[in-house]
Design a protein around this ligand. Structure first.
Ligand code: SF4
Length: 476
């Protein structure tokens, strides 16, 4: 399959860009001629899901289309976290109408969270859509696509049944080539924050078996990946009990992954603050392979708003957690998610969030204004009462605060030497490499004729910085 990534969600580790497919594996021996193109919107979990869908369809004999124009089947894998993301998808579906007119046999599908969230609206607003498939129904994609290509239906086929047992074990995932392999270790979420659509679109939390995760990690090494990124909505609440009663928590899982030769770095996103414990902090601190970077979503600095949002911690507890983590790992980098303009947020509440950023000094932040999502507790029970102008103003002000902090932290690294996992050519200058430091800072440096390339880990002396990127010179 070809998977391209069009829009980023609030996932700090999301990456962007077109993805060429791995070779097709048709294990069912089906002689198909149809080609599939998958376009992905949203977080890294969605990118991983697109790779899973690619694997399921390849196993059934479908091959990859390089472009949408070349495809017999186009799947748009969508995000529902914010209204803007959904509107973009509707725009995309309209944009694809000429392709449908040109090729009446083209099958157009909407998959992912928006399919789950807006199944009826999609059918109404985008009558050119043939398939509406939720995140737990991907195993049935070959049948669904087959029904449509057989021309048996005029209305969209809808399959949005959530399945509390589905973890997509045993699927030969078609990974996007690169240096980082994304492995979903958990699906769904049990937290039900009042603003969040995820528990409704992805169902209840369940952990993938450690055997499956370890198998995928070994496969990733064999494919040349150097880093694994473990994905879950509250990834550190990961747990799995085997049939023989063997219990594995997130720390246990990390330790098992650290044992795998060929994996140089391990990252995970996104942890939930109250799912940290002393065992996990000490596991992170003791294992060199576990990157010293954490995305720790705070959402607000006001106890009152945290309560309203049904986050399961107080401001004091969040501050204590940050302190404990930094005591164990003094150089760890952190980022966060913040929502401003949640219903009822006063200027005083907002100032507490500003103060949280100023005192915690996250290395970067993912800052958003509240966007009401239907079905959520907040949408059903709380009036979205903060005027848009106030939301925009607060967002602008909090971005300025964080930018100032980034503008101090990044240049503060000048003169230090960092280890960079080379990812690819720098976008602006093909004579430079770009990669990530252990603590997840982008770093660019000039290429040399020394065999370094994607997947190399090199030492770089930081000689300059913007507020979001380190600039350096390779020293080994
Ligand atoms: S923890 Fe809260 S914000 Fe995160 S996915 Fe679950 S419900 Fe959504």
């Amino acid at each position: 399959m070809t998977v391209s990534k069009k829009e980023l969600g609030n996932d700090p580790n999301a990456n962007n860009g077109s993805v060429n497919a791995m070779p097709t594996t048709n294990t069912k021996g089906k002689n198909r001629t149809q080609k599939v193109f998958i376009e992905t919107y949203g977080c890294q979990m969605n990118l991983a899901d697109s790779e899973t869908m690619g694997g399921i369809l390849a196993e059934d004999g479908y091959s990859s289309a390089e472009t949408m124009e070349d495809a017999d089947i186009i799947l748009i894998n969508t995000c529902a976290v914010r209204e803007k993301a959904e509107e973009r998808v509707f725009g995309r579906l309209t944009h694809l109408q000429p392709l449908k007119q040109k090729n009446p046999n083209l099958v157009l599908g909407v998959t992912g969270c928006m399919a789950e969230h807006l199944r009826e609206t999609i059918a109404e607003r985008a009558p050119n859509v043939d398939l509406i498939v939720g995140p737990d129904a991907y195993r049935r994609l070959p049948d669904l696509v087959g029904d449509k290509t057989g021309g048996q239906n005029m209305d969209a086929l809808v399959d949005v049944k959530l399945d509390k047992a589905e973890t997509y074990e045993g699927i030969p995932v078609k990974r996007k080539p690169g240096v980082t392999s994304h492995i979903s270790v958990q699906r769904g979420c049990d937290k039900f924050c009042t603003f969040c659509i995820v528990p409704f679109t992805r169902g209840r939390e369940r952990g993938v078996s450690p055997e499956e995760i370890i198998k995928q990690a070994h496969q990733s090494v064999a494919l040349g990946f150097k880093e694994v990124m473990l994905l879950g909505q509250t990834v550190n609440s990961y747990k799995h009990t085997a049939e023989d009663g063997t219990f594995t928590d997130f720390s246990d899982l990390l330790l098992q992954l650290c044992e795998i030769d060929g994996i140089e770095r391990i990252r995970f996103t996104s942890p939930y603050p109250t799912d940290f414990n002393a065992k996990l902090i000490s596991t992170m601190a003791s294992q060199k392979k576990i990157c010293k970077y954490l995305h720790l979503p705070a959402q607000s600095g006001s106890n009152r708003m945290l309560g309203e949002m049904r986050r399961q911690y107080t401001r004091d507890e969040f501050d204590t957690l940050v302190k404990d983590i930094r005591t164990a790992m003094p150089d760890i980098a952190m980022s966060t998610d913040i929502i401003v303009g949640y219903p009822g947020e006063t200027e005083e509440d907002f100032q507490m969030t500003v103060e949280l950023l100023k005192t915690t000094r996250f290395d970067f932040g993912f800052l958003f204004k509240y966007s009401e999502r239907s079905q959520t507790f907040a949408a059903r029970n709380v009036e979205d009462d903060i005027p848009e102008s106030v939301k925009k103003d607060r967002l602008k002000r909090i971005i300025e605060v964080q930018e100032e902090i980034c503008g101090e932290i990044f240049p503060g690294r000048i003169g230090s030497t960092v280890e960079v996992l080379v990812d690819r050519d720098a976008k602006r200058n093909k004579n430079q490499w770009v990669g990530k430091t252990d603590d997840f800072k982008g770093c660019v440096f000039d290429k040399k004729d020394n065999g370094v390339g994607p997947g190399s880990i090199v030492k770089v002396l930081v000689t300059g910085a913007t507020s979001h990127t380190l600039i350096g010179e390779q020293v080994t």
